[in-house]
Design a binder for this molecule. Structure first.
Ligand SMILES: [Zn+2]
Length: 116
């Protein structure tokens, strides 16, 4: 089975662009909490806190994803894209379609999950 590298390369590039935009948005100034607690309802403050927590989670997750995408780019360059990083068997095409930056085959994912 040959992998359509060009297609995955394009997909990687697209996702990286989207990620950069999301990163920019996530690092934009955050909504301030009401300075005077009596001016906002408790619910509004809870909402603002929740928003901040979500933004924080995104900010923390994005760099990880960015590294995964960059690593996938490197694997395309090295000619190892589409191979499991653990057992070197070919990745299932469905896996790559589900996550273009996937590094482990299904067997290895299951194995690694079991070790947790
Ligand atoms: Zn594997």
């Amino acid at each position: 089975m040959t992998i359509d590298l060009e297609r995955f390369h394009r997909q990687l590039a697209d996702e990286l662009v989207q990620l950069q935009e999301a990163l920019m948005q996530a690092s934009a100034p955050q909504t301030e909490l009401p300075a005077d607690p009596s001016s906002g309802t408790e619910l509004a403050q809870m909402d603002a806190l929740k928003q901040q927590a979500i933004a924080k989670a995104i900010r923390e997750r994005l760099p990880t994803r960015k590294r995964a995408l960059q690593a996938a780019f490197a694997r395309i360059g090295a000619g190892t894209f589409g191979r499991c990083c653990q057992c070197d068997s070919a990745l299932e095409l469905e896996r790559l379609e589900g996550d273009v930056a996937a590094v482990f085959c299904l067997d290895c994912v299951i194995e690694r999950d079991a070790q947790k």
